[in-house]
Design a protein around this ligand. Sequence first.
Ligand code: NA7
Length: 541
Amino acid sequence: ASSAQPVDHDVVVIGAGFTGMYALHTLRDLDVVCFEAGDGVGGTWYWNRYPGARVDIESMQYSYSFDDDLQQEWRWPEYFSPQADLEAYANHVADRFGLRERIRFSTRVDGLRFDEATDRWHVSVAGGAPVTARSVIAATGALNARNVPDFPGFERYQGEWHHTSAWPRDGVDFTGKRVGVIGTGSTGIQSIPVIAAAADHLTVFQRTPAYTLPAFNRPLDEAHEQDWKTNYRQRRAEMRTNTAASYRTSEVNHGSVFDHTPEQQREILEQAWSMRNGLLFLTTFTDTMTSLEANEVVAEFIRQKIRETVTDPVVAERLSPRTYPVGSKRICMDTGYYETFNRPNVELVDLRETPIVAFTEHGIRTADRDHDLDVVVLATGFDGVTGSFLRLDVTGVDGITLREKWQHRATNYLGLMVAGFPNLFMIHGPGSPGVLSQMISSGEWQVEWVTRLIRELRERGISRIDTTPEAEQGWGAEMDEMAEHTLYQYADSWYVGANIPGKPRQFMIYIGGFDRYTSRCEQVAQDGYEGFVLTPARASV
Ligand code: NA7
C-alpha cells in the first residue's frame, strides 16, 4: 500500500480514561484504535496526581459496574480512593480486559476533519501517521483542558511552578520551601492541607471561598465492603434509575427546609453533614437548589461550621462564602481543610481585598505587598466541559469548525452529537449530566447508548448520522428551561464557563437528572432516532 493512504478503522476512540477504556471494551469485536495523550491509562486519574488528589464519591460506587467479577474481586483500600489507587484500578482494568494493545499512548489527536465524500473522519495525531475512521468517540473528559490564567509578568517568575493537573510523576519536594497555592476549588482544597504539612510556609491565594464538607475518609471496613458486594446487583440497578447515578445510603429527602423548625433544620443538616456525599447533601431538602431562602439556611449551616473550626475570626470570615448559593459551584469534600488555617505556617490572602498585580522574579505581588515564593501551585482549574473537545481542532461538514459552531453557545443534541459533525460522539460533553452525576456510571451509560447505535448503523448500512439545528435548539431550550428553575446560574463557575475569559456564558450541564436524561435518550432511540438524520452508504463504485 502507498504510504500516503491512511489506515482505516471502524472507530477511533480519543482518550483512555474511564469512558474511553469502556468504549474499547464494548467494541472489542470491531476494528478500534484509541489515542491517548498520556503514557498511561486513567484519564483524569492519570493527570491529576497532585498531593491529596482523591475522589469525592465513595469508591464502592465510583467504579465500573459492567463486570460483576471485577467488582466482586477488586478491593478498595479506602472509602474515598486516592489518585494512586484509581490509577492502579485503571491499569488493572486495561490488563484484565486486554485493552492496552489497541491504545496508542503518548499520542495526542490534533485534528479531526470529516470527509463528506466517504463519510469518514480523518484523524491526525501529533508526531504520527493519520488514520481514518467511520466513527469517532471523543472520550476526552469534562475537566481536561487545563486553565493557566494569563497573569501579568508570569514569564518573569524564576521559581518552580506546577499546574495541579500536570503534576510531576515523582512528586514535588516542599521541604523547607515557601509555597503559594492559587485557587481554592476542589483541587486547592484537597492539596492545601497536604502541602501545608510539608512546606516551610504556605500562602493560599483565594479569590472565591468554596463550600466544603468533611470527607471523613477512612480505611474501608470489611463490613461495608461486604454489604456492597452482596448487594451490588440491586444497587447498581438503582443507581441507573436515580437523579445523580449514585447510590443513596440513607433516606435523605426531608421535604422543604421550611417544613422544619430551626432546631430540626440543624439536626437534619448535622446528619447530612456526616453522610460523606456532597451531591446528596444538596438534596437533603427539596428546595436547597431552587429557593435562595432555603439555600441560605444550608449555606449558613456551613458558615457556622467554619466559625467553629477556624480560631481567627477574621480568617474564618474570609473563608466563608457569601457571594453565591451553596451548590451552585461544585461542592467540595475535604480532609482537614479549615483546620489547616489554624497552623502557624499558613497564611490566607484574600484576592478580593488585595488582588494579584503581577508575578515578579521572586514570587507574587499583590496590591499591598510582595510574597516571595520558591514554588507556585496553580490549582486554577479547567476550561470545563467544552475545552477538551475544542482542543481537538474539529472541522465538520462544509468546512465549519467546532470552534466557529460553538462561538456563542455549545449547541448539541442529547449531549452526544453536534449538528454538522456527523459520526462524532461525545461522552460527558455539554448537554449531558456529566459532572452532576457519578461520572463512571453515567459514562458507562452514554458509552452503551453510543456503541449500540454504532452497531445498529453498521448493520443497517448507514454511513452517516447527524443531528439537526432544530433538534439542537429543542435540546437547548429544554436545558435552559430546567436551569432557570435552579440556583446554578448564580455562581461564576466553570459550570457556566465563567472561569475562562471570553467563554460564552451558558449552563452546560443537563440538570434534569440522570434518570430523566436516560429515559429521554432511550425514547429517542425507540422512536427510530428522532432528531437525527441517517444516510445510507452510497453504492460503492
Ligand atoms: P475550580 O473548581 O475551577 O477551581 C479553580 C480555583 O482557581 C477557583 O478557586 C478559582 O477562583 C481560582 N482561580 C482561577 N483563575 C484564577 C485567577 N486568575 N486568579 C485567582 N484565582 C483563580 O477547579 P478545580 O481544579 O479545583 O476543580 C475542578 C473540578 O474537579 C471540581 O469542580 C470537581 O468536579 C473536580 P474563582 O472561584 O474563579 O474566583
